[in-house]
Each structure stands twice: as structure tokens, then as C-alpha cells.
Design a protein around this ligand. Structure first.
Ligand code: MTE
Ligand code: CO
Length: 422
């Protein structure tokens, strides 16, 4: 999909919608042209007539060349430089709950630090009895755990506060991924160092050029944070913080410090840039919410969606993702009429605490226009709000923490557009 270049809202939306339509038309045309009768039954197809690549040719496997469009994408006008920017997960092209490592969205403030694991050190100091420095091997020798969690950037859906904006769930919701992490409980490291009685906060700092840092309450650090070095079994990707990142289950992505270099224990927060001028929520009355760490329950229909058009009438599977930073997802509802009538969706696959769940709703589509919505509920009883309900309490000055219900308008021709219902 071509990315937008214009900054005015209307033309930007038209551009995105047009680009999606053209891309889809082009894809089906190419598919039709490419279809080669000699490969179709009852003939023996080309790939059965010759030997394929032997083992070892593909030392590190890649997806099929026919899946080359399933990639992270950027929107260049969103940010001034690619080093301080974001790429988005192609949610519309994925299923299940796990995000493949190469497709996890990236958010960097100063580009990707390339760290030699031999030179890697994690420093733990401040209000502790015994300051410590860990090598990567030190961390790998300690007892480890495996946890599946989502990570959502607080700015996910941030462009949508003032109305429907970007045409595709990759862009509206693609700052989320869900991965299995392997790492050491942070509690273990803190216990090794020994906490002073007034140890109430911890500063986590990255080793990238931004030295990005955030204050985290000690209760959270001792509860479920991990110092992780693996994702989905293999070592972290450089983009995701190789060799070590902090995992802070359920909390905004910004506190999941990558390329983790330093942990300092203190008696109060540090009020760093990322928790004062950024990652606070400016309300209508001019006050700002601060330290809004937990990500509220949210969901999105990933297919059909603007980048995943509906090609056929008849039996159709609606599919989507839901997650909550406050616990397990308990239920997901789907509406076909913009939120007037809700049906309970079918959750399939494992339901983990503060992880993505996959939901489905099977429908018979006879070609009528629909207004597709999903709403998530979590174990605390919280129900994902409409965008208007959210604006009533939070105004429209915010960038962060937009978990309002998304609406996709499915048109008679199978195209899908990002809209809002009044
Ligand atoms: N850590 C460091 N050191 N530098 C960064 O720029 N970005 C943060 C966080 N940790 C960042 C960082 C933000 S805003 C988010 S949303 C997540 O990392 C993104 O993690 P990902 O790139 O693995 O998706
Ligand atoms: Co972020």
C-alpha cells in the first residue's frame, strides 16, 4: 500500500482509501493474469516437475515470496526522521495471537542500537545494599520464566482522537504486538542487590542514543516485570532491544525499555522527559493525567478491514484481536450495525493474562453494507468504551491511550473504510 504524502485530513483519507482500493484491484488483476492453467488440476503443476531447494539453502527461513506484501509499514509524514519514528504491525494479514518476530512494530526514539553481546552490561545501583553489574551470561545463568504478553504503544490509535483518519488497522491499531518472552524476573535481580527500606521507584534506562528512561513504581518491579532476552524462542531482535529489554506486563509500551543498560533504585520518580512532556494525557481543563501506565481493554476487527477487503458474498469469518492491560479478556462482542445490536464473538486459542486473544464471528454476508465493530471486556468487568464516551471524559487534546471502539464500514463492493458512527 502506498503511503500518504499530504497533510490535510480529507485528502489524506481519500489518498489512503484510493491507494487501498487501487492496491486491491491491482492485486486481484495480477492474480488473475498470473493464474496459469497448466498449473491447475488436472495438470501436474510446475513445482511437482522439478526438485526444490535442498536443506541448508535457506539457513534462516523467510516467508514465501508470495507473501512479500506482509511487512511492517511506515507513514513518513507522521514523524520528522526515521530514527525517531514508528513502523506498524500488519495486523490485517495475521491470525492467532502471536506476532512473528520480523513483523513486530518498532518504535525507536533514536534508531536501533547495535549492541555486541560480549560488551553488554546491565548496571543495578541506587538505594541498594550491593550495586551489581550483570553480563548477558550472568542473566542467562539465573532462573528464567516464559510469559506471553502484548505490548501496546500508548500512542496506538493516537491519530484517531479527532475522527476517523487512517485507512487500515495496520495504521490505526498496528502499534501492538504479542510475543512469548523468556527472561529473569526483575524481582530476583533486585533481591540479589538488596533493597534499602526507602526503595520505592526504579529508573530503567536504555543504551540507545536516546538513553530513553522511565520511572516505574517498585510494587510493579517486584510483581511481574521481566528482564527478557528472548522473544518467541530466539534472542530478541535488534529492533526489539537486543540483547535485553524490560517487560512490563499490561503497561504502556514506553516503559518497556529496550537495550536495557541501567536500573537505578530511588525513593521517588525521576520525572523524565518521557513522563512529563510526553506520555501524559492532556485533558480539556488543561490538566494532564500522568503515570497512566495500564493499557485499558481494547479490540479491533483485523479482517475484514480496509487492507483486507471482502472478496465474496456468503459465509464469512470476521476476525480480530482483543487485549487488556488489567487482566484476562473475558468476552468480546461484535456488532454489524454500528453498535445497536451486539453478538458474543467466539474466542479461539489460549487466553493469557495481559496477552492478545483471537476472536471470530461467523456471518452470512449477502452484500449489504455493514458497520463492523468489536468491543472487549476484561476480568475486572471493564467494557471498552465508544470513542464518543471516551472523548466525554478525556477531550480531544490527547495523543495517548485511545482505546475507543473502532468502526469499519463494509460497502456492497466489499471495500472497507475507517468511519465513525454518531
Ligand atoms: N526503549 C528505548 N531504549 N528506546 C526507545 O526508543 N521506545 C519505547 C519502548 N522502549 C524505546 C524503548 C516505546 S515508545 C515503545 S512503544 C516500545 O519500546 C516499542 O517496542 P518495540 O519497538 O519492540 O515494538
Ligand atoms: Co510507544
Amino acid at each position: 500500500m502506498t503511503e500518504p504524502t499530504d497533510k490535510t485530513k480529507a485528502s489524506r483519507r481519500r489518498f489512503l482509501a484510493g491507494a487501498a482500493g487501487l492496491a486491491a484491484a491491482g492485486a486481484s488483476l495480477r492474480a488473475a493474469l498470473a493464474e496459469n492453467a497448466k498449473n491447475l488440476p488436472p495438470n501436474v503443476p510446475d513445482w511437482t516437475r522439478t526438485l526444490g531447494d535442498g536443506v541448508g539453502v535457506r539457513a534462516y527461513g523467510n516467508p514465501s515470496k508470495y507473501e512479500k506484501d506482509v511487512v511492517r509499514r511506515t507513514v513518513s509524514w507522521l514523524t520528522a526522521t526515521p530514527e525517531s519514528s514508528v513502523s506498524f504491525t500488519p495486523l490485517h494479514a495475521l491470525d492467532g495471537i502471536i506476532t512473528p518476530n520480523g513483523l513486530c512494530f518498532e518504535r525507536h526514539h533514536s534508531g536501533i542500537a547495535e549492541i555486541d553481546p560480549n560488551d553488554y552490561r546491565l548496571m543495578l545501583h541506587g538505594l541498594v545494599d550491593k550495586p551489581l553489574i550483570f553480563t548477558l551470561d550472568d542473566l542467562k545463568r539465573l532462573p528464567r520464566v516464559n510469559r506471553i504478553h502484548f505490548l501496546e504503544c500508548a500512542a496506538n490509535s493516537g491519530m484517531e482522537w479527532r475522527g476517523a483518519q487512517l485507512n487500515g488497522c495496520q495504521y490505526t491499531h498496528g502499534m501492538v504486538h504479542c510475543v512469548q518472552y523468556t527472561g529473569v524476573p526483575l524481582k530476583l535481580l533486585l533481591e540479589q542487590a538488596g533493597l534499602k527500606p526507602n526503595a520505592k521507584w526504579i529508573l530503567a534506562e536504555g543504551g540507545d542514543a536516546a538513553a530513553m528512561n522511565r520511572s516505574i513504581p517498585m510494587a510493579k518491579a517486584l510483581d511481574d516485570c521481566l528482564v527478557a532476552y528472548r522473544m518467541n524462542g530466539e534472542m530478541l531482535r535488534p529492533e526489539q532491544g537486543y540483547p535485553v529489554r524490560l517487560v512490563v506486563p499490561g503497561w504502556e509500551g514506553n516503559v518497556w525499555v529496550k537495550w536495557l543498560r541501567r536500573l537505578k533504585v530511588g525513593d521517588q520518580p525521576w520525572y523524565t522527559r518521557e513522563e512529563t512532556s510526553k506520555y501524559t494525557d492532556l485533558l480539556e481543563d488543561g490538566k494532564a493525567r500522568q503515570f497512566t501506565f495500564e493499557m485499558d481493554a481494547k479490540s479491533v476487527i483485523t479482517s475484514p478491514s480496509p487492507q483486507a477487503l471482502l472478496k465474496q458474498k456468503g459465509f464469512t469469518v470476521i476476525s480480530g484481536l482483543a487485549w487488556s492491560g488489567r487482566g484476562k479478556i473475558s468476552r468480546v462482542d461484535v456488532s454489524l450495525d454500528g453498535g445497536r445490536y451486539w453478538r458474543t464473538a467466539r474466542i479461539d486459542g489460549p487466553v493469557f493474562d495481559r496477552a492478545c486473544v483471537r476472536f471470530y464471528a461467523e456471518i452470512e454476508w449477502n452484500g449489504e453494507p455493514l458497520l463492523l465493530q468489536s468491543r472487549a471486556m476484561d476480568a475486572t468487568g471493564y467494557v471498552q468504551p465508544s470513542k464518543d464516551a471516551l472523548r466525554k471524559i478525556r477531550g480531544v487534546n490527547s495523543i495517548y491511550h485511545n482505546n475507543g471502539i473502532q468502526t469499519w464500514a463494509l460497502k456492497a463492493n466489499g471495500e472497507v473504510e475507517n468511519v465513525e458512527v454518531g
